[in-house]
Design a protein around this ligand. Structure first.
Ligand code: SF4
Length: 384
């Protein structure tokens, strides 16, 4: 049920009042030698049995050691100078019944965002055509829903079919899905479904109360079982601690199959949301999170997602060195700002990076040696 804008603000704000990052449980440089010994060199190894201690030991490595290992893993699995480009469009904005603490689109928060209806199919296809012309290979469509309604599914299916017909990969983020929804999306040819776990299970209830961590994992399992690729990651800088970041990555890496796409977002603190005043994450900790994701999920595309407008070129360069190999292009990410193609072109030229092209016939993930070639997150950047 939709709740009037701002109606629940008091309750939500109390969850983060005076929020500052949760204390780190151990200093980043502690017991380095022991930890180095305890972490296997994982360059080519795809594992699903990561422990929290192993992941935390990686996170705590001296920064240059961590980045060196992450770059080794990256080079073993990908061209280190190619970056996959996705474009994201909000096909239905605002008025969402969920209370995700970071999101301007929640009807629980007084962000001032104006809600809109589902976009017309032809307009979505036209926007996708422009994105393709600008170099995007994947088109991601996000709707601010708890879950799609049956009456909306015909239009959503037509969007997938229309964007696929342009020769682009498709991704959708629509919230929780029923069995019927996943079958319809799969049969329409949807390539990826985005549904982020957001954070650790332990920290999750501090951010979202209207649905559970188990709900998230159920949707991911349903998408996977139906045969679609999974895009799932999280948001850092929400006041969580390093253990929460690591725990989130362990959850993702220990799924039966790694998500093909792992978006790591840096919180964009939006006025009117409960997380508006949360203390910013240190960029070095953000880069550490990217590096650990790269090492633990060696064949996944790790996407440097929301928050790039607030990052220096140097921070973004470190993220690419740490193994990020996917970004969103375009001036907006659903409702948030993004650097835009011109700025990205300058940055890519400076760093010698190039856009990854889609292979003509084969799925590029297969070409990249993806563990899951062809098997059976309503959200990036604050979309579920
Ligand atoms: S992140 Fe998604 S589910 Fe959560 S409030 Fe925003 S639009 Fe709704």
């Amino acid at each position: 049920m939709a709740v009037a804008a701002g109606a629940d603000d008091g309750a939500n704000i109390s969850r983060w009042e005076g929020a500052s990052p949760r204390p780190e449980t151990s200093p980043p440089m502690a017991s380095t030698v022991t930890k180095l010994d305890s972490v296997r060199n994982p360059s080519r190894e795809v594992r699903h049995d990561w422990t929290l201690a192993e992941a935390r030991a990686l996170y705590d490595l001296p920064f240059t050691e961590l980045l060196f290992r992450a770059q080794q893993v990256h080079r073993a699995n990908f061209d280190p100078n190619k970056v996959q480009m996705s474009r994201l469009l909000s096909i239905k904005t605002g008025g969402c019944a969920e209370d995700c603490g970071y999101c301007s689109q929640s009807a629980h928060h007084a962000s001032g965002l104006k809600a809109s209806k589902l976009m017309e199919v032809q307009r979505v296809i036209e926007e996708a055509r422009k994105a393709k012309a600008a170099g995007a290979t994947r088109y991601c469509m996000g709707a601010a829903w708890r879950s799609p309604k049956a009456r909306d599914m015909d239009a959503v299916v037509a969007m997938v079919e229309g964007v696929k017909a342009l020769g682009m990969e498709t991704c959708m983020t629509l919230g929780m899905l029923s069995d019927d929804d996943v079958v319809r999306l799969r049969d329409a040819g949807l390539d990826y479904y985005n549904h982020n776990v957001d954070t650790s299970e332990a920290y999750y209830s501090k951010v979202i109360t209207t649905r559970t961590y188990a709900d998230r994992l159920d949707t991911l399992a349903r998408v996977r079982d139906a045969g679609m690729k999974v895009c799932s990651g999280g948001i850092v800088g929400m006041g969580e601690g390093a253990d929460d970041r690591v725990d989130m990555l362990v959850t993702l890496a220990n799924l039966d199959e790694h998500p093909e796409s792992v978006p790591i977002n840096m919180l964009i603190a939006i006025p009117g949301t409960p997380l508006a005043n949360v203390e910013k994450i240190d960029p070095i900790d953000f880069v550490r999170t990217i590096a650990v994701a790269r090492i633990m999920m060696p064949k996944s595309f790790v996407r440097l997602s929301a928050g790039r407008t607030e990052m220096s070129d140097e921070t973004q360069a470190l993220c690419f060195f740490a193994g990020a190999n996917s970004i969103f292009v375009g001036v907006t990410l659903l409702t948030a700002e993004n650097p835009g193609e011109d700025k990205d072109a300058v940055l890519f030229a400076k760093l010698g990076l190039e856009a990854l092209e889609l292979p003509a016939s084969e799925d590029h993930l297969q070409e990249a040696g993806h563990a899951r070639a062809c098997s059976a997150g309503h959200r990036d950047v604050g979309q579920s």
